[in-house]
Design a protein around this ligand. Structure first.
Ligand SMILES: Cc1cc2nc3c(=O)[nH]c(=O)nc-3n(C[C@H](O)[C@H](O)[C@H](O)COP(=O)(O)OP(=O)(O)OC[C@H]3O[C@@H](n4cnc5c(N)ncnc54)[C@H](O)[C@@H]3O)c2cc1C
Length: 525
């Protein structure tokens, strides 16, 4: 279990007891004026705009003199808490930190994160995404990758992400399969239809039964584990506090009784932390903190390695209908992945590995000579429509970055930017239009209005009610029939899990307590 704390041990607490006396409040206000002045004075110019807009957005949700204000303005305070240290949380944290925010990430266990299980493909075209906002979002993120990967390598002090753009992806077609009948949408980038001899000319080890296929020269890849390491290190070097381990698991969000705001987060050991803004980016477990239908779709993977001295039979990523083969720069070849909806365990099964190897050998028989190196599984965070949930929520200081399904590596740079824009309160018109397709309100159509319009119900009540409605809406949708613009479960092989109709994570009750908040200084002891 890792525990990492950054920052000076002399940092004063920023989470104050609700019972603070009037005298203390006066001192806090005086100190906060002094702190704001000195902070603004010493802050690099690039970070000042964030600070100003953060003050504005917090001011919108609190009456003058409320406890929220006291906590935010206390010296040494954190601006943003990010729950979840996978690629979604870390990319948002890095972006916010680089804009001048003080960011803390709490995360339970990196080993359980989907980010560490991913294949690392950046492949909106090979994924056969249809034209629409989701494809647009994915293409924007792919366009950012080359520069982002180079920046991360620099910001992390030299950790390579394994970014590779050369060669593109090949999607081999077998007679009558989905690839065979696919017509790529215009505007997604170049795509070339190949016949059998042409595709085997590019990858001679492909099966003689491959009838042709598509070449997507602009799809690319990273090594997901290396990317994760580089991003985490870049966060640390940018001043983000990354707190990892079971003691940093968040148990519940504590909502303000009267305002549409999160007051604190309750940790699994009962401690309370309060921050001005909170971003929930906890992957497949989002439904345990919030009434939003994100659940797990398990994917099993394996890696092969050529025997010593022998070459890898493949040079490009092969993205077939129910299986993908990813040659990596370090010599491995990753084979993925099963699609098992509603499965919380990350165990690897005989059937899962059997299905994957069988399919891999159909596509490329020469893989039979490679040695089996590693097997693993991860949980894709998935919504009923397989689109992400991004940005604002009915609670004005609460934001979400989740439901990245099978494209969370691809989406990391662009969504980190967009969610940071939301937190900062600076979303341009085009981005607002794009984000509207990924709003969590699509799952809670009638509830959001109540919260936003300041109905007599408290935010906590709305959330608790919404949990029920949320489950209903999740059940009425089917993951197996994604809407136009959402990805179909291409290139994965079903390993016989339950029908992917409804993520079934039990939603914890949204809590509200009156006891004092934890002093951050005590946490550091
Ligand atoms: C087998 C497989 C292959 C994939 N291949 C690709 C690919 O090739 N390309 C691609 O783009 N995407 C791929 N994906 C999808 C991608 O991995 C995910 O979409 C992405 O990693 C999700 O990132 P995340 O940060 O939302 O969640 P995670 O990476 O799951 O991170 C969530 C973190 O939150 C923590 N957490 C959970 N609850 C709490 C709590 N209450 N308190 C504190 N911390 C908490 C968890 O411990 C975890 O560390 C693949 C996924 C799988 C499983």
């Amino acid at each position: 279990m890792k525990r990492r704390l950054r920052g000076s041990s002399q940092d004063p607490p920023y989470a104050l007891s609700r019972n603070a006396s009037a005298t203390a409040a006066v001192v806090v206000v005086a100190l906060s004026c002094l702190w704001s002045t000195t902070r603004a004075f010493h802050m690099p110019s690039t970070s000042r705009p964030f600070s100003r807009s953060l003050h504005r957005s917090v001011a919108r949700i609190r009456p003058q003199g409320s406890s929220l204000m006291a906590k935010r303005d206390a010296p040494g305070g954190g601006d943003v808490l990010v729950i979840g240290g996978g690629l979604a949380g870390l990319s948002t944290a890095l972006e916010l930190s680089q804009r001048g925010a003080k960011v803390v990430v709490v995360s339970r266990d990196e080993a359980e994160s989907a980010s560490m299980a991913a294949g690392g493909m950046l492949a909106p075209q090979a994924e056969r995404l249809e034209a629409g906002p989701y494809l647009d979002l994915c293409l924007q993120s792919r366009d950012m990758y080359s520069e982002w990967a180079a920046d991360l390598e620099q910001w992390s002090g030299g950790i390579s992400t394994g970014f590779a753009a050369a060669g593109g992806f090949l999607a081999p077609a077998f007679t009558g399969d989905q690839v065979d009948g696919w017509v790529p949408p215009p505007g997604a980038g170049p795509a070339y239809r190949l016949d059998g001899p042409q595709i085997r000319g590019m990858e001679p080890a492909l099966s003689p039964h491959v009838t042709g296929g598509w070449w997507y020269p602009e799809d690319m890849q990273v090594d997901a584990r290396r990317l994760f390491r580089a991003l985490r290190e870049a966060c640390l070097r940018a001043g983000v506090s990354v707190l990892e381990g079971s003691e940093w698991a968040v148990e519940a969000l504590v909502f303000h009784p009267a305002l549409p705001a999160v007051q604190a987060v309750k940790m699994s050991d009962g401690r309370r932390l309060s921050f001005a803004q909170v971003v929930v980016a906890n992957g497949a477990w989002m439904n345990r903190l919030l009434p939003v239908p994100v659940g797990p779709v398990k994917g099993q993977m394996l890696s092969l390695r050529p025997k010593k001295g022998e070459p890898n039979p493949l040079t490009r990523v092969i993205f077939a209908e129910n299986c993908y083969l990813i040659p990596k720069a370090d010599g491995r070849l990753i084979v993925g992945a099963t699609v098992e909806a509603g499965q919380w365990d990350r165990g690897v099964t005989a059937k899962g590995i059997h299905d994957l190897t069988q399919r891999a050998l159909q596509i490329c028989p020469a893989l039979g000579n490679l040695e089996l190196e590693e097997t693993w599984a991860g949980l894709r965070p998935t919504t009923p429509d397989t689109l992400p949930v991004l940005g604002s929520t009915p609670w004005e200081n609460l934001f979400v970055a989740g439901g990245y399904w099978r494209n969370g590596v691809l989406l990391a740079p662009r969504t980190g930017q967009l969610v940071a824009d939301c937190v900062e309160g600076k979303v341009g018109a085009d981005d607002a239009a794009l984000l509207s397709h990924f709003a969590w309100s699509r799952f809670l159509p009638s509830r959001v209005g109540e919260a936003r319009q300041g109905s007599k119900k408290s935010a906590a009540t709305v959330a608790a009610d919404a949990t029920v409605g949320d489950k209903r809406s999740a059940e009425s949708m089917s993951l197996s029939k994604p809407p136009r613009g959402a990805t179909s479960p291409a290139a994965d092989t079903s390993a016989g899990g339950p029908t992917p109709s409804s993520p079934t994570a039990p939603a914890d009750t949204v809590t509200h307590h009156d006891d004092p908040y934890v002093d951050y200084a005590q946490l550091k002891a």
